[in-house]
Ligand binder design. Structure first.
Ligand SMILES: CC(C)(COP(=O)(O)OP(=O)(O)OC[C@H]1O[C@@H](n2cnc3c(N)ncnc32)[C@H](O)[C@@H]1OP(=O)(O)O)[C@@H](O)C(=O)NCCC(=O)NCCS
Length: 193
């Protein structure tokens, strides 16, 4: 059967991968065995996707990103250029910790900025936004905007990627989509239209 995704001639796809229709994999990238990659993803140049990684639909992976075993990215996740995942908290070259890879889930719609580092085992909530160069050492709430090292929350972001400014009734509107959000008990929820 003809494959329904595109892989540049310099890309290497190992056995057992399941890659969705419309996905594009660019120069010098390597998808290792048994990965599941959803439809319409874009895997940039010089990307390494380690064995058994799972990516949802429409995940955008910019150049020079390594996605290690234990990482799951849900639909619509954006991984900025040269951002870094980890999968062992206390690596030692002489100690084999292959059976102890930690899991990191990047939830639907989240963005990770250029050059950010995600210390493993800390999930990134839906539509969270990690600023360029941040070092994430804790779980990140849905819609939270975090920056710096260690990453601290400085605000909230809409699904369209705009700062949410809450009024005294704890309501905010995205300036682009006009969608309404509410801040309740320290968490942001989108109010369905
Ligand atoms: C986090 C981000 C979205 C904030 O944008 P913004 O809302 O326009 O924020 P501002 O530029 O008004 O900055 C607000 C404050 O946060 C600081 N800040 C902004 N981005 C920061 C970052 N990545 N790390 C540390 N501090 C940051 C600013 O210095 C400013 O601090 P101040 O109030 O003390 O002056 C943006 O700076 C960013 O990092 N975007 C990611 C870009 C990226 O990686 N793209 C990848 C695809 S090319």
């Amino acid at each position: 059967m003809e494959k329904e995704y595109f892989a540049h001639e310099t890309a290497i796809i190992d056995d057992g991968c399941n890659i969705g229709k419309g996905t594009r994999i660019w120069h010098f990238s390597h998808v290792m065995n048994n990965c599941i990659i959803g439809e319409n993803c874009n895997i940039g140049q010089n990307v390494v996707i380690s064995p058994e990684v799972v990516l949802g639909k429409n995940v955008k992976v910019q150049n020079n990103v390594s996605i290690y075993t234990g990482v799951i990215c849900e639909d619509d996740v954006f991984l900025g250029p040269s951002m870094v995942f980890t999968n062992v908290t206390n690596p030692r070259s002489a100690v084999n910790r292959r059976s102890k890879y930690e899991k990191t889930i990047v939830k639907r719609g989240a963005t990770i900025g250029a050059n950010a580092t995600i210390v493993c085992g800390h999930n990134i909530g839906e539509f969270a936004f990690i600023g360029a160069g941040a070092v994430v050492t804790k779980e990140v709430l849905p819609y939270a905007l975090v920056v710096g090292n260690p990453a601290r929350q400085i605000g909230w972001m809409s699904e369209y990627g705009h700062r949410l400014v809450f009024d005294r009734n704890n309501v905010a509107f995205c300036p682009e989509s006009k969608e309404k959000y509410e801040l309740k008990d320290g968490k942001v929820i989108k109010i369905e239209k």
